[in-house]
Ligand binder design. Structure first.
Ligand code: ADE
Length: 227
């Protein structure tokens, strides 16, 4: 899979791409993540990427020309399955969206900034608009990093034990069960006996019940949705 990220602040996303699972996935050749500085697609001396909104109002918008140039330049190299725009007024991101995106070949993520992008870019190029939550970030870069991380870890072969990604919270619309590691007792706080029993079937059953109970208590909304 290849993910191209268009941004005015490449430095802001670089670090999460250079660590942990994304780093390993890149090294294994399972994903290529390429950052593109939007300013490289400007044609004026000041490398202007923003401008005032027609009709007035506070805040600047991202200009149409550099965005169009960046998207067209990438699209001339390969076909993209999705051209994603990160914005607080997009569709709420979820594990099921991450699952779908992880199956794609080529994806562009365009990071929003300022008061947003010229609507014509959304109308003519963007195929998917994603919000990572009902709050406003200073820019779409952190959202792009979140989306990239959640996708990359799902690509087959990225996490060595594939079942590990499949048993994450949300993967089956349930929160993950509580987990414990050694020692079996710490300051008198004991690990549940069942986990030490070696009875795999009973352990699975216990985990499922715990998942269900935690979901009921903490995120009852997950049990109501049918997706
Ligand atoms: N840009 C600013 N806020 C955002 C959000 N919540 N999700 C995605 N992109 C954003």
């Amino acid at each position: 899979m290849r993910i191209d990220i268009i941004t005015v602040l490449p430095e802001l996303i670089q670090s999460p791409l250079d660590h942990s699972i994304i780093k390993r996935a890149k090294e294994k050749g399972l994903v290529e993540v390429v950052l593109h500085n939007l300013r490289d697609f400007t044609d004026d001396k000041h490398k202007t990427v923003d401008d005032y909104a027609f009709g007035g109002g506070a805040g600047m918008l991202m200009k149409i020309e550099p965005l169009a140039r960046a998207i067209e330049s990438l699209s001339s190299e390969r076909d993209y399955d999705e051209i994603i725009y990160t914005t607080p007024d997009g569709t709420l991101f979820s594990q099921s969206t991450a699952n779908k995106l992880s199956l794609l070949e080529n994806v562009i993520i365009l990071c929003g900034h300022y008061k947003g992008i010229d609507q014509r870019i959304r109308d003519h190029y963007i195929t998917m608009e994603i919000s990572i939550g009902d709050y406003v970030l200073s820019g779409g870069e952190l959202a792009a990093a979140v989306i990239t991380d959640s996708i990359v870890r799902l690509i087959p072969g990225v996490i060595s034990d594939e079942t590990s990604a499949l048993s994450d919270s949300f993967q089956d619309d349930l929160l993950a069960p509580p987990v414990y590691t050694r020692p079996a007792e710490y300051r008198g706080w004991k690990v549940p006996e069942i986990l030490l029993s070696g009875n795999t079937k009973e352990i699975e059953k216990w985990r499922f019940e715990q998942s269900l109970e935690r979901t009921r208590k903490l995120r009852p909304d997950l049990l109501e949705e049918d997706e």
